[in-house]
Design a protein around this ligand. Structure first.
Ligand code: HOC
Length: 416
């Protein structure tokens, strides 16, 4: 036990005090007012567990199969960008912690460590590559080939980012990578092409064009300009608003299969889940990008049931967003998710103690998942079902945005 850090909320507080303001704001912020970020967390509070008793829970198995490997818990570390901002261990620390804890890892394509180095550190522990498809297919092609060669199990295509969400602190802080760090998987000749600057009418893109100009004038790594760099580095690379199921998912499948699976990350409706099945992806992640994209979007836990219902078990359904407790993982699984991913808690772990902090985070959640299962009377993950859950009928004030203060909430009656 680390007596100073007994749960994820305490970890968050430690990390808050350790990280510099720019990093903290970048990692912790949601888009706009942050209501979706908050609701991702609060959604778990709308459910209560129905524990069963006298079931011999002396042996509880929290493991699940994922990508042909045994994952010690039904949860992995989600891809999050630029982890060396949190701690010099960065993505390598996360990869080593995941390997030690037998937990799958997602690597952001905006990582500050090369995908090959992360693959080496991961060994045979499953790792997947999160991908943005830029307009330059050449860049994506090279990245995918590298990932294949390095043994990545799947590509998780992020589909909730046709434009970048508006993060106020990021803009105000003029967020940028410090000079000693770089986006490791983009080199100058692989620089993703920008979107159509002339025709784009996104409000973000004018900002991005300005930032791109600043970036070009910005930081140089020796003789060679490392991309993306300079002020608000990734803002200088417009996401690709042209992506479509027909053209791009088909292209990606041809690029990746059979060595790597193609998943889509950022599904929030039953309709899109059905399209994902129709277009033959291997799995989906119900996600709203940690509340960093469309503010006002449904909390992922609230979107999960309609997605599970639409998919009908044809492909795996994973979920991320707002998971801070073992009971949250249990609730998501009871609502039909096959697996959960946590993002910010890993960043807080890194900030707290590097690799050891990520391991601590995983151990805390692992212990909580096991305890929750035992106390709920479940010995195998596959047995977690909706029978173990009840949704509270919430007084309107509890579901209103902005969030009701925790103290206030405790005073309000909950009606079952
Ligand atoms: C295409 C550029 O996921 C974040 C990261 C990085 C997003 C870059 C998008 O900040 O949410």
């Amino acid at each position: 036990h680390d007596l100073n850090c007994l749960n994820i909320n305490e970890l968050e507080k430690h990390a808050y005090n350790i990280m510099d303001k720019q990093t903290r704001d970048y990692y912790n912020e949601g888009a706009d007012s942050g209501s979706t970020l908050r609701e991702n967390i609060e959604a778990f509070g709308k459910y209560r567990i129905r524990p069963r008793v006298l079931r011999d829970v002396s042996s509880v198995d929290t493991s699940v199969e994922l990508f042909g490997h045994t994952n010690s818990i039904p949860m992995g570390v989600a891809p999050t960008a630029m982890q060396r901002l949190a701690h010099p261990d960065g993505e390598l620390g996360t990869a080593r912690a995941c390997k030690n804890m037998k937990v799958a890892m997602g690597l952001s394509s905006f990582a500050t460590t090369t995908l090959e180095d992360v693959a080496d550190a991961s060994g045979d522990n499953p790792h997947v590559l999160q991908l943005y498809l830029f307009e330059s297919r050449d860049h994506s092609h090279k990245l995918i080939q590298r990932a294949k060669k390095a043994g990545y199990k799947a590509v998780f295509l992020t589909v909730d980012t046709p434009f970048l969400g508006r993060r106020n602190l990021e803009i105000r802080n003029q967020f940028k990578l410090p000079p000693h760090l770089k986006i490791a998987n983009f080199t100058e000749d692989e620089e993703p092409a920008l979107g159509d600057e002339q025709t784009s009418n996104s409000p973000n893109q004018a900002r991005q064009r300005k930032q791109k100009a600043a970036s070009k004038a910005g930081y140089h790594d020796g003789e060679k300009r490392v991309n993306p760099t300079g002020p608000i580095t990734f803002h200088s690379h417009a996401p690709n608003p042209t992506l479509s199921w027909e053209r791009d998912i088909e292209w990606l499948k041809q690029e990746c299969c059979p060595e790597m699976e193609v998943w889509v990350k950022g599904i929030a409706t039953g309709e899109d889940a059905l399209l994902a099945v129709h277009h033959g992806v291997s799995g989906i992640v119900v996600s709203n990008h940690g509340g960093r994209q469309l503010n006002g979007a449904l909390a992922t836990l609230d979107a999960l049931p309609e997605v599970v219902e639409a998919v009908q078990g044809k492909i795996p359904v994973h979920v991320d967003g707002g998971i801070r407790h073992g009971t949250d993982v249990f609730k998501a699984l009871a609502l039909g998710a096959d697996f959960c991913w946590v993002g910010r808690p890993a960043l807080w772990g890194l900030a707290y103690k590097g690799q050891a902090g990520v391991e601590l985070m995983l151990r805390l959640l692992s212990d909580e998942i096991k305890l929750c299962m035992g106390l709920a009377g479940v010995t195998k993950v596959q047995d977690i079902s909706k029978d173990y859950l009840v949704k509270l009928i919430m007084p309107a004030a509890l579901t209103a945005t902005p969030a009701v203060d925790a103290k206030q909430r405790a005073l309000l009656p909950l009606v079952n």
